[in-house]
Design a protein around this ligand. Structure first.
Ligand code: ASP
Length: 318
């Protein structure tokens, strides 16, 4: 099954072969990027608009770099300064932008489902850059590519996802992707930060780091999503670090060659010890950022191909 979708809204609808196609394309871009040879004509003549209704450093920058490297005209909408502040609804903003005929719309929104809704109202390809606690598909893809490069495969690995799982779209997209690729997933979190019904995803659940990290190949840490917490979910950050923060003693329970990941932004000393995050023998956090650009190039390349094919079919000039 090849990737024929119009939008990239989540991992949920993707077939494993579509995931592999996205990752193989991204792998080629990762190599081209390292040699400074990205083809500038792939998105030439196309307009990409980035609409971020929620703060972002890595994701927005890497979508922008990805678009520019492939020759798109990229525009960043300053959403804080836009008409939203004046009371315009999300849909009205989308329709206004749609009338400007963009080809690729990259959207981040604090509400789960907002990006799907927007995709139904516009004619261009929509990429979800994170919606509420729902999905963050390019993050899961870049994590998968980083794992595949470090471990040489993306199946039958034991992967621990640790921390604030309840509020994390990164965890949700990763659980789906890594599950579809037949890995063994362990979720480690205090009971207050573990979503109900996780067992349905076919994962193992732990509330103790040492037990949960035993012999895993990959340790994926998550940020405490304070902006999505309504009240106190942890006794204190100090206590949280003591029980759930990744330090050398806890990491010693994982396999000796286990890799450490974090999607960023990191709270050093809260969910991860700074020395572990910076340890180039264990941490692949910088590689995750590098793969982020390659994955976003791949996603926009494949969506643009699908869009051109659809336009050709309907006789509309691309
Ligand atoms: N950058 C990721 C996200 O947008 C992770 C995080 O913010 O903690 O979801």
């Amino acid at each position: 099954m090849t990737f024929r979708a119009r939008h990239l809204l989540g991992i949920e609808p993707l077939h494993p072969t579509e995931i592999t196609e996205l990752l193989d394309t991204a792998q080629r871009y990762a190599e081209l990027n390292r040699h400074g040879r990205a083809p500038r004509d792939v998105l030439a003549g196309l307009t990409q608009i980035n609409m971020f209704f929620e703060n972002s450093t890595r994701t927005q920058a890497s979508f922008e770099i990805a678009g520019k490297r492939l020759g798109a005209d990229v525009m960043n909408m300053a959403m804080q300064a836009s008409s939203l502040k004046k009371g315009e609804t999300l849909i009205d903003t989308a329709l206004t932008l749609n009338a400007m005929r963009p080809d690729l719309l990259v959207v981040r929104h604090p509400n789960s489902g907002a990006v799907d809704l927007l995709a139904q109202k516009v004619n261009c390809a929509v990429l979800n850059a994170g919606d509420g606690r729902h999905e963050h598909p390019t993050q899961a893809l870049l994590d998968a590519l980083t794992i595949r490069r470090a471990k040489g495969r993306l199946h039958r690995l034991s992967i621990a996802i640790c921390g604030d799982i309840a509020h994390s779209r990164v965890a949700r997209s990763n659980i789906m992707l890594l599950g579809k690729m037949e890995n063994r997933i362990r979720l480690i979190a205090p009971p207050t930060l573990m979503p109900s019904g996780v067992a349905e995803f076919g994962v193992e659940v732990f509330d103790d780091m040492e037990e949960g990290l035993k012999d895993v190949d990959v340790v994926m840490m998550l940020r405490l999503q304070k902006e999505r917490m309504d009240g106190g979910f942890i006794p204190s950050e100090r206590e949280y670090f003591h029980r759930y923060g990744l330090d050398a003693a806890k990491l010693a329970h994982a396999k000796p060659d286990a890799i450490v990941m974090h999607p960023g932004p990191m709270n050093r000393g809260v969910e991860i010890d700074g020395t572990i995050a910076d340890d180039i023998n264990r941490s692949v956090i910088q590689e995750q950022v590098e793969m982020g650009v390659a994955v976003r190039m791949a996603a926009m390349d494949l969506l643009a191909r699908n869009m051109r094919a659809a336009r050709d079919q309907t006789g509309v000039m691309a």
